[in-house]
Design a protein around this ligand. Structure first.
Ligand SMILES: Cc1ncc(COP(=O)(O)O)c(C=O)c1O
Length: 369
């Protein structure tokens, strides 16, 4: 049986008719940049996150970068990020001119550990970027408390957690810090037909600045007040994203149901650590990741059996060649390093069939232990 890691074709089928009509509408108007579709999607997505404003962007990477720049974070500043995440979180800090400072993660949730944040705060620290990794929010009350105490800004990296809820505050990912940054990369829980991103924010001033910053710094067509970027969300992507947003909660529930089936099959196995659901967060299962002892054997076996497994992420950021200049050493973040050695992601998307889940789990169990 073939079980691909994701199945974007099924998502496409759910929105195809209206998407093609929407694309036709935009093309006939030949109004490809920003405009009505982007504005409407911004309104709908900010309402979904229960935030006042949203700024549509070309990517999650630029959502993080522009959030930092808007806070005047740059040269001589430090920003704390988890050692275990997709590299884009740290790259945004580097590209702002600031220095990413890594912190170790919690060994159950894989999110940044608040106690580890405290250890790396310095006089230069300006902000923390918690990542809601794999679909589960970080421990936000603890993080916000630390930020408050030390006068730091919190920028949430929500690229993997569209719609996840932090239960103690009854708030969605992206609505607790200074800004919430989303990616709409096609495989995300809310994915475009290409690249896309968004910042959600409550400050009207920041909203106005960010709109200028994403569009070459222009205040009117050829009047530029700051050195901005071309980071706009494409109008055609907004068409697709508006349609998919209507399905997001349902698709997240389907992911959760699939995760429950997986977990019921792994629960009794002593050598497998299945995903931990913290009491404080819902988990929208962007990724369903296990810890196994013999990862390469499991990975190779699944590949042979037609199962699309992946590793998120094999090398923590402090050991990436790109970050050699920061001078970190192996052993600096032992939890991130251990998880990176053991983690493996199984196929996960809303449309997995029970028979596929049982087949995948059966093949994992066959070679585990
Ligand atoms: C945690 C995290 N942060 C940031 C990004 C960057 O988003 P994008 O690929 O849209 O630039 C991604 C996704 O790719 C991600 O997974």
């Amino acid at each position: 049986m073939k079980v691909p890691f994701v199945d974007l074709g099924m998502q496409y089928r759910a929105v195809r008719k209206e998407a093609l009509q929407g694309i036709d509408r935009v093309c006939k108007r030949s109004n490809f940049i920003l405009g009505d579709e982007v504005r409407r999607f911004e309104q709908e997505f900010s309402a979904y996150c229960r935030m006042r404003y949203a700024v549509g962007l070309n990517s999650g990477s630029d959502a993080l970068l522009l959030s930092l720049l808007d806070l005047n974070i740059g040269k001589n500043d430090e920003v704390i990020v988890p050692a275990f995440t997709f590299i884009a979180t740290a790259l945004a800090v580097s590209h702002s001119g600031a220095r990413p400072v890594f912190a170790d993660i919690d060994d159950k949730t894989y999110n940044i550990d608040p106690a580890a944040i405290k250890k790396v705060i310095s006089k230069r620290t300006r902000a923390i970027i918690p990542v809601h990794l794999f679909g589960q929010t970080a421990d936000m009350n603890q993080i916000l408390k630390i930020a408050d105490k030390y006068g730091l800004k919190v920028i949430e990296d929500c690229a993997q957690a569209h719609g996840a809820v932090y239960k103690p505050r009854k708030k969605r990912a992206g609505s607790m810090g200074e800004a919430g940054c989303f990616s709409f990369y096609p495989t995300k829980n809310l994915g475009a037909f290409g690249d896309g991103g968004m910042i959600v924010i409550n400050s009207k001033k920041a909203y106005r600045r960010l709109r200028i910053l994403r569009d070459t710094g222009r205040s009117s067509h050829y009047m530029h007040t700051v050195k901005g970027y071309n980071s706009r969300l494409d109008t055609l992507q907004a068409v697709a994203l508006r349609l998919k947003l209507r399905h997001l909660d349902k698709w997240n529930k389907m992911r959760q149901a699939n995760a429950r089936i997986y977990t019921s099959l792994f629960k009794a196995h002593p050598d497998i650590i299945y995903p931990y659901e913290a009491a404080y967060s819902s988990h929208v299962y962007h990724i369903y990741a296990l810890q196994v002892k013999n990862r390469s054997r499991v990975f190779e076996h699944l590949k042979k059996k037609g199962i699309g497994a992946m590793v998120h992420y094999p090398v923590p950021l402090h050991l990436q060649k790109a970050y050699k200049d920061l001078g970190y050493m192996r052993g600096d973040f032992p939890i991130a390093e251990r998880i990176a050695r053991r983690i493996i992601s199984l196929p996960m998307h809303p449309f997995l069939k029970r028979s596929q889940i049982e087949y995948v789990a059966g093949e994992v169990l066959r070679v585990s232990g």
